[in-house]
Ligand binder design. Structure first.
Ligand code: CS2
Length: 494
C-alpha cells in the first residue's frame, strides 16, 4: 500500500474531518476494554464494531474492543498508527462515511501471544467475539467435531501456554481466568457456521478435555457460547477504495472498510454482562436457529452458487452475475429450493428472498466472485449439502443444489471456461486439486474422486445414488456445454 502525503487519520485529527463524516461522539480517552475480538478483518469492522460503536455513542464506555489478528500483522500495521480509527463507507444509492472508534488496539497474536492472553485474562473483559472464518475453528466440517489431527491444534496441545489457534487462545484464557478466580467470559461466534454457538462450544470443550479432563468439564459446564446470525456484505477493500475514501476525508486512512446499507445481527440472549447491542438494532432472541438456517441457505448458498458458476463464466462480481439472466434466475430458484427446508413463515422467506436479490444487485459494491469462492470445503456443507440432504429426505429433486456441487468440482480443475487460471484457495486445496488433476475432465471420474472426501461429504452422500447421479449429470453438462447453456436447462425446468 502506498499512502499519499496527506496527514494520517488519528485521534488528534478528528476535528479536521469534513462536516458530513460521522465520528465518535464519546471521549475515547475514557474508554475501557470490555470485549476481546479474535480475527479482526473487514467483516468485524463493518459489523460487530459498528454495533458496539453505537453503544459507545450512547454513553456506555465499558465496551471498547481489544482486537487481535491471529495471522498477519497487516491490520495492526494499518490501524495502530491511526489509534485504531478507521472509516466505514456505507455504499448504496449514495455513500455515507463514519470514522469508527470502538477498536482501541490491534494485537498480532503470532508476534506476541502473551499480550493477547493478558487481555483475555482481564476481569474487565466480559465478551470474546470471533470472526476467524469457517476454517479458523480447526474442525471437521462434515461432523462439526474438533479436528484433532489439525497441525495448529496439535501444536496448541503441546504448548498450551503459547497458543496459535483461536480455540487454543480461548482455552488458555478460560484457564487463566479460572486460576485467578475471575468470572468466565461469554464466547460469541460471529462466523457462518451451522449452529455456530453450539458448534464452538463442542469444539472448545473437546479441545479443553484434551488439555485436561477437568478443564474439559469446566468448559462444557460453565462457558456460554450463544449462537448468533451475522449478516452484512463486506467486499475486500481495494486500493481504489482507499484512495477515494482518503480523498473524501482529507486524511489518509490506510485501511477503510466498504459495506452495504443492510445489516443484521441476531443473538441468542445470554445472562453474562454485554453491551446493549439491541439499542443499536441487534435482535436478541431465544432461538437463533431458524434465522441462521435461512441466512446460510438462502444468502450464502446462492452466493456460493454465483461464485462458482460465475467464475467459470468469467463473471467478476456478484452484481455482474445478477445482470446475467440465467444466473439471477438460478439464484432465485436455488433460494426457493432451499426455502422448502426452513422453519420460517412463507411470507418472511419471500420478503427475505426479495431483499437478497436486491442486495446482490447493488452496483456500488464490487464483491468478487473469486473472494466468495474461497474455502469451499468449509462452506459447502452448511450452505449446500445441508439443504440438499433435507430435500433428499423429503424425496424432493436436488438438481439445483447438485449443480452447485458440480460447479465447485469444475472450479477445482483450476481453469475457467475460457482457459484462464482460477485460484483455488482452500485449506484442503492441495488434496482437492490433486484429486481433480488425477481424475481429469471426466464427470464420472471427477465425481467419484471428490465425493470420497469425508470431511466435506460425510459417509452418507457418497453412497446415495440420487445425489451422485444428479451431480454427475450436472457436471457432464458443465463440461460439455459450459455454465450458461447448462443454466438455461435449469430455468426451463422450474
Ligand atoms: C460470503 C459471505 O464470502 C462468502 O462466503 O457468502 O461472506 C457473505 O457475504 C456474508 O455472510 C454476508 O453476511
Amino acid at each position: 500500500v502506498t499512502l499519499s502525503d496527506r496527514p494520517r487519520l488519528g485521534a488528534g485529527r478528528l476535528a479536521e474531518l469534513p462536516a458530513g463524516v460521522a465520528r465518535p461522539r464519546y471521549d475515547r480517552a475514557a474508554l475501557k476494554t470490555g470485549i476481546v475480538h479474535l480475527g479482526i478483518g473487514a467483516f468485524h469492522r463493518a459489523h460487530q464494531a459498528f454495533y458496539t460503536e453505537a453503544v459507545l455513542n450512547a454513553g456506555d464506555l465499558r465496551w471498547g474492543i481489544s482486537a487481535a489478528s491471529l495471522r498477519s500483522a497487516d491490520t495492526a500495521e494499518a490501524l495502530n498508527p491511526q489509534d485504531g480509527l478507521y472509516t466505514l463507507a456505507v455504499r448504496g444509492e449514495c455513500e455515507a462515511l463514519s470514522v469508527i472508534g470502538a477498536v482501541r488496539e490491534v494485537l498480532v497474536a503470532p508476534a506476541d501471544p502473551a499480550a493477547l492472553l493478558k487481555r483475555l485474562a482481564d476481569p474487565g473483559v466480559a465478551v470474546v467475539t470471533l470472526t476467524v472464518t469457517e476454517k479458523g475453528y480447526c474442525h471437521d466440517p462434515a461432523s462439526g467435531d474438533l479436528d484433532e489431527s489439525h497441525p495448529g491444534i496439535r501444536r496448541d496441545l503441546a504448548q498450551p501456554e503459547r497458543p496459535e489457534t483461536a480455540i487454543g487462545f480461548l482455552a488458555a484464557g478460560i484457564a487463566a481466568r479460572r486460576a485467578a478466580g475471575a468470572k468466565p467470559f461469554t464466547v460469541l461466534c460471529c462466523d457462518n457456521l451451522p449452529s455456530n454457538g453450539r458448534t464452538v462450544h463442542r469444539i472448545l470443550s473437546q479441545f479443553a478435555a484434551l488439555r485436561s479432563p477437568d478443564l474439559g468439564r469446566f468448559v462444557a459446564g460453565e462457558i456460554a457460547c450463544p449462537s448468533t446470525m451475522v449478516d452484512r456484505i463486506v467486499p475486500a477493500t481495494t486500493d481504489a477504495d482507499r484512495a477515494a475514501i482518503s480523498a473524501a476525508l482529507g486524511l489518509e486512512d490506510a485501511w477503510p472498510v466498504v459495506t452495504e446499507p443492510f445489516t443484521q445481527w441476531v443473538i441468542e440472549d445470554f445472562t453474562g454482562a454485554r453491551p446493549a447491542w439491541e439499542n443499536a438494532g441487534a435482535e436478541l432472541v431465544a432461538d437463533v436457529a431458524p434465522f441462521e438456517k435461512m441466512k446460510l441457505r438462502l444468502l450464502n448458498g446462492s452466493h456460493s452458487a454465483i461464485a462458482y458458476l460465475g467464475s467459470l463464466m468469467g463473471v467478476e462480481t456478484v452484481a455482474d452475475a445478477m445482470a446475467v439472466d440465467e444466473l439471477a434466475g438460478f439464484a432465485a430458484g436455488l433460494m426457493d429450493d432451499a426455502a422448502a427446508t426452513l422453519d420460517m413463515p412463507a411470507a418472511t422467506v419471500a420478503a427475505y428472498k426479495a431483499s437478497l436479490l436486491e442486495r446482490f444487485r447493488n452496483r456500488a459494491l464490487r464483491h468478487l466472485t473469486i473472494q466468495i469462492a474461497m474455502d469451499g470445503s468449509q462452506k459447502l456443507p452448511q450452505r449446500i449439502l445441508g439443504p440438499l440432504r433435507e430435500r433428499l429426505a423429503k424425496d424432493l429433486p436436488v438438481d439445483r443444489h447438485a449443480l452447485v456441487v458440480a460447479a465447485w468440482m469444475r472450479f477445482l480443475t483450476g481453469r475457467d471456461e475460457a482457459g484462464r487460471p482460477l485460484a483455488v484457495r482452500d485449506p484442503l486445496a492441495a488434496e482437492l486439486t490433486a484429486l481433480a488433476d488425477r481424475a481429469g475432465a471426466d464427470a464420472e471420474r471427477l465425481v467419484a474422486a471428490l465425493v470420497g472426501v469425508r470431511a466435506i461429504f460425510g459417509d452418507d452422500l457418497p453412497r446415495d445414488p440420487r445425489f451422485r447421479d444428479a451431480v454427475t449429470k450436472a457436471l457432464a453438462a458443465l463440461l460439455a456445454k459450459g455454465a450458461r447453456a447448462s443454466l438455461a436447462d435449469y430455468a426451463s425446468r422450474s
